[in-house]
Design a protein around this ligand. Structure first.
Ligand code: IMO
Ligand code: MG
Length: 429
């Protein structure tokens, strides 16, 4: 089983960074397949937390190959900053970090348009990194791919076309198009030289790696409820974080995907606008935010917090064919008297066990809660499932039942060793 997809099962921020870092030691290749620098994956390196937005989390292991697939949108400036940051930490990336020539490029006008749209009447609460506008151009067939960015004539032509197409919205917001063009061209000279050594056909690299029976880990950003098709549309990101996204995102056939692993937080959080049935506005919400350090790794925004939503995670397990789950941040629930778990939604007189597509139901449904006794004693530091407080064990078992997939690993902190292998020696790959 050489290929494994790891994805978030809620609204992102499930702790994918730590999980990928934990599994990366067993992989040969770590590949991102969608999203861009809207992601924020927090890792611990030399005892200090550190956030990666674009480069796969496996980069901290010296010999691993890290790839960015064609489904990712790349801001060359952000990429340069991240590579420079890693180099300063003496983490070399040359020769083992590659980006797809077919990935689309985020340009300054994408970021400007993201900001302008956020000031309009459909506020999504985006990260303002230009993600949505860049994917829109890809779908409109006027986008700039990495390979286009490197061919100067092609790039100049596309730049003119794009600036003409976007002139109205930019001028309306007081942007000087000529100045913007000068800035883009100045950056282009420097950034195209910078990214060139990393650019390749990553899809071919992946095919060759599979032929050699190498182990490949596909790392998703965001989460199922931010998926363009299966999330809380339109309050979503503009790509497909679900497992199926890996196929168009790296150029891999579905028959080559061997295993799918979901990362799930012991409670729920969301950043940005949009429906959030289990949201807590009381001191319990504040408790989870403070205990879990729930502040955005990319934008610093406080995250909205709520109880575990089994309707959401069951939906995730289904649409991605998740075979295993990793539960994170169980330690952040220490000390709660009564824990609630959302098992269904109620809207008017109807009960919803499956995640509803209707915007009205998503917005106005009330959670149907089940209550469980909490756990008072410390779970942090425990490395054996049987040594967890009984109520913590019961909580984990109940979640498994409700969402329909086994929890094989539990994370109780950011460090690699703060992990319980519930199922010993699970063969992930
Ligand atoms: P990681 O990988 C949490 C959210 C934004 C916003 C919506 C659309 O760290 O889990 P976008 O900038 O993508 O157009 O914003 O998606 N969002 C995330 N929320 N974690 C993330 O990534 C996110 N990436 C985007 O807050 O609601
Ligand atoms: Mg995040």
């Amino acid at each position: 089983m050489p290929t494994l997809v790891v994805l978030g099962t809620q609204w992102g921020d499930e702790g994918k960074g730590k999980v990928v870092d934990y599994l990366a030691k067993k992989a040969d290749y770590i590949v991102r397949y969608q999203g861009g620098n809207n992601a924020g994956h927090t890792l611990i390196y030399e005892n200090k937390p550190f956030v990666l937005h674009l480069i796969p989390s496996g980069i901290l292991f010296p010999k691993k190959n890290c790839l960015i697939g064609n489904g990712v949108v790349i801001d060359p400036k952000a990429l340069k900053e991240e590579v420079t940051f890693l180099n300063k930490k003496k983490i070399a990336v040359k020769g083992r970090f590659f980006i797809s020539e077919q990935a689309h490029v985020i340009l300054p006008y994408h970021k400007l348009i993201d900001e302008i749209l956020e000031r309009g009447n459909v506020k999504i609460g985006t990260t303002k990194r230009g993600i949505g506008p860049c994917y829109s151009d890809k779908v409109k067939r006027i986008g700039v791919r990495v390979v286009d960015y490197l061919e100067k004539d092609v790039f100049l032509n596309l730049l003119d076309k794009n600036l003409t197409e976007k002139a109205l919205i930019l001028k309306d917001s007081g942007v000087d198009i000529e100045d913007l063009k000068k800035e883009i061209l100045k950056d282009h000279n420097e950034l195209s030289k910078f990214i060139k050594p990393f650019v390749t056909d990553t899809s071919l690299m992946i095919e060759n790696a599979i032929k050699k029976n190498k182990k490949l880990l596909f790392e998703s950003a965001q989460g199922t409820l931010l998926d363009l098709d299966f999330g809380t549309y339109p309050y979503v990101t503009s790509s497909n974080p679900i497992a199926g996204g890996v196929c168009p995102g790296v150029g891999l056939g579905p028959t080559e995907v061997d295993n799918v692993l979901g990362v799930v937080k012991a409670y729920t959080t969301r950043v940005g606008e949009g429906p959030f049935t289990v949201e807590l506005f009381d001191e319990m919400g504040d408790f989870l935010r403070e205990k879990g350090g729930e502040y955005g790794a990319t934008t610093g925004r406080p995250r909205r917090c709520g109880w575990f939503d089994a309707v959401v995670v069951r939906h995730s397990v289904r649409v991605s064919g998740i075979k295993h789950l990793i539960l994170t941040k169980l330690d952040c629930m220490e000390g709660i008297d009564i824990i609630k778990v959302c098992v269904a939604y109620r809207y008017k007189s109807k009960v919803y066990k499956d995640f509803p597509a209707s915007r009205t139901v998503q917005k106005y449904a009330k959670p149907v809660y089940e209550e469980m006794a909490g756990f008072k004693c410390k779970v942090k530091g425990v490395t054996d499932f049987k040594k967890l407080p009984l109520n913590a064990q019961k909580y984990v078992k109940r979640l498994e039942q409700l969402v329909g997939a086994p929890i094989d690993l539990i994370s109780l902190g950011r460090k690699r060793e703060e992990t319980i292998e519930v199922t010993k020696n699970t063969k992930w790959f």
